[in-house]
Every structure is written in C-alpha cells, then in structure tokens.
Write a protein that binds this ligand. Sequence first.
Ligand SMILES: [Zn+2]
Length: 137
Amino acid sequence: MKEKWIQLALRLAEATAATSTDRYHKVGCAILRKEGSVCGIGFNGQPPGVDLTEDEALHRDFRRRLTTHAESNALAFCKPGEPHLLAVTLPPCDRCLVDAVRYGVKIIVCRPSLDAAHPVPYELAKRLSVKIRVIPV
Ligand SMILES: [Zn+2]
C-alpha cells in the first residue's frame, strides 16, 4: 500500500481520536480498503446510551471495563474481508489485533505509546501474519 494512504489513515485516526468521549485517553482508528477508500472510523468510549458518573469516570479500571476500543468501533462499520489497512493512534491490544485479522486486515500502523500498558504486540502480529509498524509523530 502506498505511503500516502498510510499517512492519510494515520491523520484520519488522529482526527477521529479528538472526538472520543473518554476525557483521559482519546484513541482513534481509521480502516482503509486496499485501494485506499475508507471503510470505517472509530474512537474509544462507552457504548451509546451509557454515560459514566463522575466517580466511575475517575476510576480507571472501572472506566476501562465499560469502554469499547477505537478499533472495535471502526471494524463495526466494515464487512469481513473489506479492510486492508488499520491505522490507530496507539498500539492495538491483543483482542483488537485478533479482531482486525478476523476482518481481513493485513497491515496495522500505529503511533508509539508512552505507556507501558500499551506495548506493541509484535509477537502476536507475527503469529497472525499481519504486519505491524510503529510510525512516530
Ligand atoms: Zn483494543
């Protein structure tokens, strides 16, 4: 896939992250088809109709349990086999990586994480035969 599409997907993921409802950790994702058209975008947050109380929002572990990931929300717009490239503003978690492969994603690009809780899942990506590349800002 051409570098211009990869850069476009990352910029689109970053723009999407800005709309996240999570006040502490905004994550965005953009998924492109092989020819470069967009098949899905998503950001992290609670499911529609679920609003956190102030107390719930302050408790990271509880908040995380009620949060759907940006990749999952973007994949919800795609038909299986449609996605080719997934761009996300953080390294994907194991679950999102597996889900991306299930939908047919071949390449994942992400921004680096400054948080040890979000390591780049290189070994799992290799096992699933998906390329993963970290692109610094
Ligand atoms: Zn995830």
